[in-house]
Design a protein around this ligand. Structure first.
Ligand code: NAG
Ligand code: NAG
Ligand code: NAG
Ligand code: NAG
Ligand code: ZN
Length: 342
């Protein structure tokens, strides 16, 4: 498909503000995950989502981006990223206590919804919400600029890509993946996912895939999700802007820059899907199967006695940082502009 102009995308209601890994990236993460979810976990997830469709995860993968743009869902905007206040390109790192913020971030959200998705005291609507958020946030987290505060995650780095004025964040989320695949509907995502699964099964990802989920621990979602965020954040220094932001503003990012990052984009999408499936499988086998057999113990996530507000996962309040002020200014502006993407 020829690339639609950005104006046409906005006219179709596909505003750039609504995308994060655009719809294509999120659906591809979800299709990769569907391949690796166990049959038991898949029917549990289908039950929660009330869907037996062959796209049961892919079709809800971008729900969280639509929800955040509604007045009812505005509160959830900060959960799509963690603003690592590091110093790329010389120094990349994520510090949960420093970076998460008192209203939460992707890491606290993954912990919160991992707990809530299996909590017996919650309603089926709560379970569906939790699973939809997990499918989305585990995807968001593998996009390096979702793990970076610099220039509001690259939203404020104006660049030119393939002849269009963009910002770096939206190129990573949406325009570079679409350039590679040539479309953004579910069938595009499904065929991209097939290629990525082949690469995991017997291709250039085979040797590394087990490393993507190494140490993932359902009883310690904060540590696990912080490791995922750190892994992607490191790529901000090594791949996204190895020579700093100004070096990206001297000419069109296509083809030289695109060629230098597109393998990483594919890798991160594959990784997100593989991790998501493993996480869902763990939630199923460590929580749901045990709970349903009446065998869970007190510190199990399935216990109904603990605080399910998620507040216990948040870091202690700290003074508001410059990056948080910048983010707050952007969130207030998020829905009227086509340039803001987190
Ligand atoms: C980036 O572009 C936007 C909109 O095109 C503009 O409002 C903003 O001032 C630009 N920022 C910089 C730093 O050039
Ligand atoms: C992995 O293989 C695919 C082809 O299936 C190729 O497009 C991609 O560039 C390769 N990635 C790396 C990192 O070599
Ligand atoms: C998983 O996390 C729990 C809680 O922090 C810890 O007790 C347990 O040892 C961890 N399991 C592994 C295999 O590291
Ligand atoms: C946990 O999720 C619930 C339901 O979406 C939400 O109301 C609550 O604010 C979340 N807690 C945190 C700390 O994000
Ligand atoms: Zn998002």
């Amino acid at each position: 498909m020829a690339r639609l102009s950005h104006v046409a995308l906005i006219a179709l209601g596909m505003t750039k503000g609504a995308q994060a890994w655009g719809a294509l990236g999120h659906a591809t993460v979800a299709y990769v995950a569907q391949h690796y979810v166990s049959p038991e976990a898949a029917s549990w997830a289908q039950g929660i989502l009330d869907s037996s469709s062959g796209s049961y995860l892919a079709s809800i993968a971008s729900w969280a981006d639509e929800y955040r743009l509604t007045s009812a869902g505005k509160w959830s905007a900060s959960l799509h990223f963690i603003d690592a206040e590091d110093n790329p390109p010389s120094d990349c790192n994520v510090d949960y206590e420093r970076d998460c913020g008192s209203s939460g971030c992707s890491i606290s959200a993954i912990a919160n919804y991992t707990q809530r998705v299996s909590d017996k005291s919650l309603s089926s609507a709560n379970h569906a919400e939790a699973l939809k958020f997990l499918v989305h946030f585990i995807g968001d987290m593998t996009q390096p600029l979702h793990d970076e505060a610099y220039a509001v995650g690259g939203n404020e780095i104006n660049v030119t890509f393939d002849g269009y004025q963009d910002n770096l964040h939206s190129d990573w989320d949406t325009y570079m993946p679409q350039k590679l695949i040539g479309g953004h509907v579910l069938s595009d995502a499904e065929s991209w996912a097939k290629t990525l699964v082949q690469n995991i099964e017997s291709g250039n990802y085979t040797a590394q895939a087990t490393g993507w989920i190494k140490g993932d621990n359902i009883s310690d979602p904060i540590t696990t999700a912080t490791r995922w965020a750190s892994d992607a954040n490191a790529l901000v220094c090594s791949v996204v802007m190895p020579n700093g932001a100004a070096a990206l503003q001297t000419g069109d990012l296509y083809p030289t820059y695109y060629d230098s990052v597109i393998d990483t984009i594919e890798l991160q999408i594959a990784k997100g899907g593989y991790r998501l499936a493993n996480w869902i499988n763990k939630i199923y086998s460590f929580e749901i199967a045990k709970r349903d057999h009446g065998a869970f113990h007190d510190h199990s996530l399935a216990s109904s006695k603990r605080d399910i507000s998620g507040r216990s996962f948040l870091p202690k309040a700290r003074p508001v940082s410059r990056a948080q002020l910048a983010r707050a200014a952007m969130d207030g502006d998020c829905c009227n502009s086509n340039r803001h993407n987190h």
